[in-house]
Design a protein around this ligand. Structure first.
Ligand SMILES: NC(=O)c1ccc[n+]([C@@H]2O[C@H](COP(=O)([O-])OP(=O)(O)OC[C@H]3O[C@@H](n4cnc5c(N)ncnc54)[C@H](O)[C@@H]3O)[C@@H](O)[C@H]2O)c1
Length: 329
């Protein structure tokens, strides 16, 4: 039986918890959150131990693997503590908001015998996997130009409340997906931001960045959390790559299901299948568990995740500097 813990029990941490509950051969033995009463309440529901910090959870020695689901800027210290405790780690994206920290996490993970996997969820989304396969097959050809976007509602910006930038919270998904699917690194960026979502004005509502790929292709990235609450879907995302031989387009603005009660909505799919969770996060967590069991190689590397951090950091630098930022690897 694999003993797992979840650290950080906010929006995504609770989704991890619900998925682990349904996995065969997995037992949730501990949960932790700064909000100890929240941790205690969730722990009571599943019959496990509750802690107020990652350190306390790790010191109890109850887990073989953890999901670390704390806010972006707090990942580093707890990720180091998890690896130091010899515990396998599924680390939510972005692995850090700092390049030095990200590189250090890569080095530590590569020096260990642990499974350390970044939570880049789009790597487990069937449409993105198909796009990757199409590009790999050669039917699209080297990328000439493209467009990627991810939009959320204003309430997500309010929840994050200045802890991280829209580039790191949302854009990182598409930076990683783009470079993985295209099979090319981003070598230069030029970006602008617009709007404010915090009282101090430090959190932009939207960014647009022009990305130069190593092979010469150009891709526009849009990341924003400015959609009104009444908007019909929670995730408005798109990927379009035009290559020398073809084009691939993913449009998840409309998931192919619409409902109308008080208003029109395009719900994100993911209703349980006869009680069991499904979807890309389920696939990601299941792949992590299988990697820990030695059944598959770790499907997403920390090195790729650190490269995505490099691009996101360059975008935010470009917004500050107003100039083009080059990226070295
Ligand atoms: N893969 C995805 O699709 C996806 C979606 C949403 C969020 N995320 C990522 O997941 C992480 C969490 O995001 P969220 O939206 O769930 O945030 P959230 O604010 O809803 O939850 C964070 C939780 O962590 C707790 N916490 C903060 N610091 C802690 C610490 N040091 N130790 C223990 N608990 C701590 C908070 O009390 C809170 O309950 C972020 O890195 C975010 O980028 C990923």
């Amino acid at each position: 039986m694999l003993r797992v813990g979840i650290i950080g029990l906010g929006a995504i941490g609770r989704e991890h918890l619900e998925i682990y509950r349904h996995l065969h051969g997995v037992e949730i033995t501990a949960v932790a959150d700064f909000n100890l009463s929240l941790a205690a309440e969730l722990a009571t529901g599943i019959g496990c131990e509750a802690f107020g910090s990652a350190e306390a959870l790790l010191a109890a020695g109850l887990v073989d693997a953890v999901s670390l689901c704390t806010p972006d800027h707090l990942h580093y210290a707890d990720a180091v503590a998890v690896m130091d405790a010899d515990v396998h780690l599924l680390l939510e994206k972005p692995i850090s908001t700092d390049i030095v920290e990200a590189d250090d996490l890569v080095a530590r993970s590569e020096a260990s015998n642990l499974v350390v996997m970044p939570g880049h969820t789009l790597r487990f989304e069937t449409r993105y996997l198909k796009a990757k396969a199409l590009v790999e097959s050669g039917s699209i050809g080297p990328v000439i130009h493209g467009y990627v976007r991810r939009n959320n509602k204003v309430s997500v910006a309010n929840r994050v409340n200045g802890r991280t930038s829209v580039t790191f919270f949302l854009g990182i998904h598409d930076i990683d997906a783009l470079t993985w699917i295209a099979g090319e690194k981003v070598v230069a960026v030029q970006a602008f931001s617009s709007g404010q979502t915090t009282a101090d004005g430090k959190q932009a509502a939207a960014i647009v960045a022009n990305l130069r790929l190593a092979g010469g292709g150009i891709v526009a990235l849009e990341a924003a959390w400015a959609l009104p609450e009444g908007y019909p879907t929670d995730i408005d995302a798109r990927l379009r790559l035009v290559g020398e031989r073809g084009e691939v387009v993913i449009d998840v603005h409309d998931f192919g299901i619409s409902t109308f009660s008080e208003k029109l909505s395009y719900p994100v799919p993911g209703a349980p299948i006869y009680g069991a969770p499904q979807g890309m996060l389920y696939e990601e967590i299941w792949a992590f568990v299988r990697a820990v069991r030695g059944e598959i190689a770790v499907p997403v590397t920390m090195r790729d995740a650190a490269d995505a951090v490099r691009v996101a950091a360059a975008i935010d630098r470009s917004i500050e500097s107003g100039g083009t930022e080059t990226i070295t690897y």
